[in-house]
Write a new protein. Structure first.
Length: 114
């Protein structure tokens, strides 16, 4: 099963993980956001439904995604484009979109205000 971790990390932490990957240390698949606010801005409730519909399903046309989430094709197209720009979805060579994971894990820590 291929799992992606969506999380929040600082630039320093992202660089540390990248450096470890270059040394051959497996860190698993992850997509990081610079703040929890950005994570929630990108992963709206409607976009989360798109990810749920696409998880483990392979390539899909935007029309098929819209059918599965029962939304207008034009609106889904806009959300899919936002997820592609954020690096969450990929565009396949066929022109279809793909979320190449079988599971999603969301990971961040909420700490007390300073």
């Amino acid at each position: 099963m291929r799992t992606v971790t969506l999380g929040v990390s600082s630039l320093k932490e992202t660089r540390r993980r990248l450096s470890a990957a270059f040394r051959g240390e497996g860190a698993g698949d992850s997509i990081s956001f610079s703040s929890v606010e950005l994570l929630w801005k990108v992963l709206t409730a409607k976009r989360w439904k798109i990810l749920q519909a696409m998880t483990g399903q392979g390539e899909m046309s935007i029309r098929e995604v819209a059918r599965r989430v029962r939304r207008d094709v034009k609106a889904v197209h806009g959300d899919v484009q936002a997820l592609i720009l954020a690096g969450v979805l990929n565009r396949a060579e066929s022109g279809r979109v793909v979320f190449p994971y079988d599971a999603i894990r969301v990971d961040f820590t909420l700490r007390t205000a300073a």
